[in-house]
Design a binder for this molecule. Sequence first.
Ligand code: GLC
Length: 440
Amino acid sequence: MSSYVTRKTPGDTAWFRHDRFGMFIHWGLYSMPARHEWVKNREEISEEHYDLYFKHFNPDLYDPKDWARRAKAAGMKYVVLTTKHHEGFCMFDSKYTDYKCTNTPAGRDLVREYVDAFRAEGLRIGFYYSLIDWHHPDFPIDMLHPRRDDPDAFQQNQGRDIRKYAQYMRDQVTELLTNYGKIDILWFDFSYSQNNGTGDKSWMKGKGKEDWEAEKLIATARKLQPGIIIDNRTELEQDLWTPEQYQPVEWIRHGKTGELVTWEACQTLSGSWGYHRDEQTWKSPEMLIRMLINTVSLGGNLLMNVGPTSRGYLDYRACDALDVYANWMKYNSRSIYGCTMAEPELLPCCPADCRFTQSEDGKRLYVHLLAYPFAHLQLRGLAGKVEYAQFLHDGSELKMTEGKVDHFSEGASKADDLLVINLPPVKPNSIVPVIELFLK
Ligand code: GLC
């Protein structure tokens, strides 16, 4: 069994660490300007103009069954959809607001169709819910708010009561966790209590757990869905650590106790979460696969994001990226599901340009070849430990020698603890070939 033990938390995280790979979906009115989901903040778009998106939101090509099929094919085991992002627009039929999809030309509960479709494909269901709300009349204006630079911002802010807003969140979380069956993940986003205004904006306050009444909010969620996984972004530590848009280089640890924690890197296919028509920094197929491998090799999960168009489909670039995962995962998912960081004593055996993962039961070690070596893979420290080796993608045997590279030339590598895997000269047709080692 794996010797790594993660910090105990209230939610049920065992399935999560096994499944490793999920789909994030950022979808809302911001898919219409198609210039990033923060567009209302960045461009300080007026309410009047933003209302045009509400008026014209018509995802006539929304086909969540297609999304779900693609996610499943990509090897994703769970999914998290923005039920409400910072813009405040609700993708579900809430009793507590008119600012919701049922009042747009969309005319139906988009969350409901999402839940049904993904559940039918066997994926676990998550809800992202924004703590920030740039539409709610009781959400106080702050440094992130689109109205922060309005000449009458101070006047607009009079009478806003964050306690009413906190109640609104509890009411909506209650709806979300009551009306859609079993929900596995609740992804709150995010706190910024240090981000206070200065000078003539010093009345603008950042927001955190006190403002959200996070204790009560989380208690509400836990009562309705006891095993649910909740992230840490309310500022109250829960189940999930969420490094965003960077690749950790070691297993994330608890800041105070140093314990290993359950963590999930969230990443985008390009440089935006919401659909961004003109953004060009789409990740290469190699990078997409590597990010998944890197994450699992450090005991983490990857939540990879798609931003559907306002008409409700995944554009060709997103589909291509999902196909990259599908093609690789079809043959290599065994090195991902139920796998984690290799045991500490094996880690030093990992050659340059490789990444290890190891099955939870400890019996199989997976070597991911990020750069394909010529003819031999030399693994110091593994001599005597491997019973059988094969390529994972086609289950074809890889011959091994021990003690030295099998060649007459003087100076060929030699060492008692050396295991050499003999590889075909040409890289197999796989972005990252994987070697499966059955340990003795
Ligand atoms: C950030 C952004 C946001 C995105 C999220 C995903 O906090 O505010 O737009 O939803 O990260 O992790």
